[in-house]
Design a protein around this ligand. Structure first.
Ligand code: BGC
Length: 532
């Protein structure tokens, strides 16, 4: 896209390396396996992959509990395998970003081991300790299903330590300049290996201050700006993607003046897409878009339908949350923390029309879209598995035993039933022109061809019908009219005069005239490029 930064109109793809492809028959996916599958990602049209943590870890939080920031868990391979993956990806014009987990380490990390065993260790102050568990009472508990406090008593240390996630993930003390420095060194190490940036995990929680909810504190922004300045100085073109599960007005400061994060996930739009599909009305999406402040020109939102965590309902009202649970989590096993641990296809009843419509919204609303591995083929989930593991099952490559994921014994049960690999797999979809995979691939290709989709401009069109989301995306001379019928009934819409005229229907690849009135089939979508 002309002179625009590469990430503004890029299509991202999130991968659990452990679950993607096993190359050495040990039952766990690895870097070489992922390298083998780059052609597949290139076929789909992916520009950048984000791999979940691959660092040595006791895996109490699937690798978000890091025991060594400078290595790769041997189950995934070694540093040479990563270099090989990076160069094979770059050869295909695919970039790669990794998780940077700043907020906490594993309790197995040598820093924590030293800190807990010796009050005078220089590492003691790497963590947040207290003699009471009464400090920072206004900070919420995030993993409400497993944790009862953000403080855990440590027998060895004789003090409580602070943690925002599992009690096996002690928070680092960012008030300690050494911690700040350590994490810059970590960033440097991986950037020197050639990765294209980081998805920065859980950034709102870096600092603690009494009398606040310990989220989004000014000190946090000061540090993140330092990290950005460091990257700009030594690694231009590499990106920082912000994971801050917050309302858009609270994510906005993470972009700074274009001098903090390049990208930030737009969390609240995600549950509202599901609300819109269930209600058959677009008002919730429109409302959150209206509430989304402009961001600096060199920044971009990152939008998603699902990821490796539960479908989070933190950024909705209590009433909306209950409603979402009623609608989308009828079986209590589907609920997790303040969310729903299901994948895209089962959430949308494996209804092809809804799956395409959800993707149509994802690819045409502002922001760079990210696909969660397997959702492009409509993979299912496995509710028998603990916590979020139910949505992190092996990728379904074909209908051979273990889904073509491994020749060994898979680390996890696979998906069972109608969305299991026997029916839903890559091999059967790649060459089938009518498959979901091919629809998603077409959307990606069209999106990437048109600068309008990467721009920040969006204008709602009053089509006189609450069931049809109609909007204009525009960049320079490239103007798109997008129509999505969210309801299960045909809808009649009125197109205002200024938007009537001759358009190219991008999917049908033919010219069409949009006149005053238009009848639109249930769950259908149109991407129209204005004739100039
Ligand atoms: C990640 C989670 C992880 C948590 C703690 C997040 O927000 O997405 O998977 O459990 O950070 O690291």
């Amino acid at each position: 896209m002309n002179n625009e930064p590469w990430y503004k109109n890029a299509v991202f793809y999130e991968i659990s390396v452990r679950a993607f492809k096993d190359s050495n028959s040990d039952g766990r996916g690895d870097l070489r396996g992922l390298t083998e599958k780059l052609d597949y990602l290139q076929t789909l049209g992916v520009d950048c992959i984000w791999i979940m943590p691959i660092y040595p870890s006791p895996l109490n939080d699937d690798g978000y509990d890091i025991a060594d920031y400078y290595n790769i868990d041997p189950a995934y391979g070694n540093l040479d395998d990563l270099k090989e993956l990076i160069s094979a990806a770059h050869a295909r014009n695919i970039r790669l970003v990794m998780d940077l987990v700043l907020n906490h380490t594993s309790d197995a990390h040598p820093w924590f081991q030293a800190a807990r065993s010796d009050k005078n260790s220089p590492y003691r102050d790497y963590y947040v300790w207290s003699d009471t568990d009464q400090k920072y009472k206004d900070a919420r508990i995030i993993f409400v299903d497993t944790e009862t406090s953000n403080w855990t008593w440590d027998e060895q240390a004789g003090q409580y330590f602070w943690h925002r996630f599992y009690s096996s993930q002690p928070d680092l003390n960012f008030d300690n300049p050494k911690v700040q420095e350590e994490m810059l060194n970590v960033a440097r190490f991986w950037l020197d290996l050639g990765i294209d940036g980081f998805r920065a995990d859980a950034v709102p929680y870096l600092f603690e201050r009494e009398g606040t909810n310990c989220e989004n504190l000014p000190e946090t922004h000061v540090y993140l700006k330092k990290l950005r300045a460091f990257m700009d100085q030594h690694y231009p073109e590499r990106i920082l993607l912000c994971e801050a599960n917050q309302y858009p007005e609270d994510v906005r400061p993470y972009f700074g003046d274009g001098d903090q994060f390049h990208m930030g996930f737009h969390f609240p739009i995600m549950p509202r897409i599901y609300m819109a599909l269930k209600k058959g009305r677009f008002e919730d999406v429109a409302e959150i878009m209206r509430r989304t402040p402009p961001i600096p020109e060199n920044c971009q939102w990152c939008t998603f339908l699902r990821n490796h965590d539960e479908l989070t309902l933190e950024m909705v009202t209590e009433e909306e949350r209950q409603w979402m649970w009623e609608q989308y989590a009828p079986d209590p096993r589907m609920k997790l923390n303040l969310g729903i641990r299901r994948r895209l296809a089962p959430l949308l009843d494996n209804d092809r029309r809804k799956l395409e419509l959800a993707n149509s919204l994802l690819f045409t609303l502002p922001g760079a879209p990210i696909i969660y591995y397997g959702d492009e083929i409509g993979m299912g989930d496995n509710l028998d598995l603990f916590d979020r593991n139910g949505v992190r099952t092996p990728m379904q490559w074909d209908d051979s035993p273990n889904a073509g994921f491994t020749d060994g014994t898979p680390f996890s049960e696979l998906v069972k039933g109608r969305l299991g690999y026997q029916r839903i797999n890559v091999a059967s979809q790649v060459n089938d022109p009518d498959s979901l995979f091919r629809s998603v691939k077409r959307m990606i290709a069209l999106r990437k061809k048109h600068e309008a989709f990467g721009s920040s401009s969006m204008e709602w069109v009053d089509a006189g019908n609450p069931h049809v989301a109609a909007y204009i995306r525009q960049h320079g001379a490239d103007t798109m009219l997008i129509l999505n019928n969210l309801s299960d009934a045909a809808q009649c819409i009125r197109i205002p005069q200024e938007h009537q005229g001759s358009y190219l229907d991008l999917f049908a690849a033919h010219q069409t005239t949009i006149a005053n009135e238009l009848t639109f089939p249930p769950y259908s979508y149109l991407w129209l490029q204005k004739h100039t």
